[in-house]
Each structure stands twice: as structure tokens, then as C-alpha cells.
Design a protein around this ligand. Sequence first.
Ligand code: MN3
Length: 192
Amino acid sequence: MAFELPELPYAKDALPGVSAETLDYHHGKHHATYVKTLNDLVAGTDQESSSLEEVILAADAGPLFNNSAQVWNHSFFWNCMSPTGGGAPAGDLGEQINSAFGSYDAFAEEFSTAAKTQFGSGWAWLVDDGGLKIQKTANADLPLKHGVKALLTLDVWEHAYYIDYRNARPDHIKNFLDNLVNWDFVSKNLAG
Ligand code: MN3
């Protein structure tokens, strides 16, 4: 069974600070190309019937890892955003953020710094690695490959923000934290 491009979980014009044009390219072209390339790479091999996670965990560095990981990263990333998201989480998750980082503002500062200082293409993450932690990865790399559970991610590849923010990655990061983070999805990942 071929890997598939998931539908976006919201309308293309629904996210504050993310244009429909960005999602046309980012989901409709970049993510779609990773899916197509992955399917081409596994066609006729044993991995055609593997799960996406199995392909990622078994892959050595190279095109199979890069494309499978980018399929996973983007499918996860779309769910990390909501048209009514952003700001500090309420309830139990809010308390866990406060306990791990001191405050929501301290969490946001550390997450922003990771996202800003990832040199070149990559991702910033909130993970559960025996406690809530911030990580950053280069290119297609992801916590799953290192035995760590991802809770939240932000794409900091230029293709994620160049149409809307040009070179201003910090504005892309601020918009994500203030207006987009889907904390319900994070809570679900933490419980899962
Ligand atoms: Mn991307």
C-alpha cells in the first residue's frame, strides 16, 4: 500500500499568519513531493508494506530516510497547528509546562531560541524524553529516530515561511507560538 498525502486538518485560508499560498506550496508541493519520492523509493521493495515509522527506523542516512522522515514530520506538523491555537496551554498541560520550564514564557523563550538557532533547515520540538524538553534537529531528522517521543514541532525550513515572512524566521516562530499551537494535539501526544 502506497504512502499517502494526508488532507490538511483545516481550510487552507484558516490559519492566522499562514497564507493559502504558503500551504499550497508547503503541503501541495513540498510535502506531496516527499510522499511521491518515498513511494518511488520503496516501490518493488520489502518496505512497500512497512509502516512509515518502520521505514524511518530502518533507514540509513540518505534519500529513503530523508523522504520518509519528511513525510512523518509534515503530517505531524499540520496537526500541531489550529486556527484557534497559540498562547499558554490551560489545565494539566499548562501545569506540566510550568513545572518543566518555570513558566510558559520561559518555555516560549527556549523553544524560540531553538527554532531561531537551528542553522539552516530543520525543526524545533517539544519532546517527552523522561520529562518535557526542547530539542532541535537538522534537515529531516526527528526525535523518533533517537527513541524520543515528539509532542510538538515547528518547521523552520525556509519553505515554511519565505512567502509570508521572507527572511524573518523570528516572525514565523512568534506567529506559531502566539496564534497556532494546537495544545489539544500536544496533550494527546503526551498521553499516548
Ligand atoms: Mn516543510
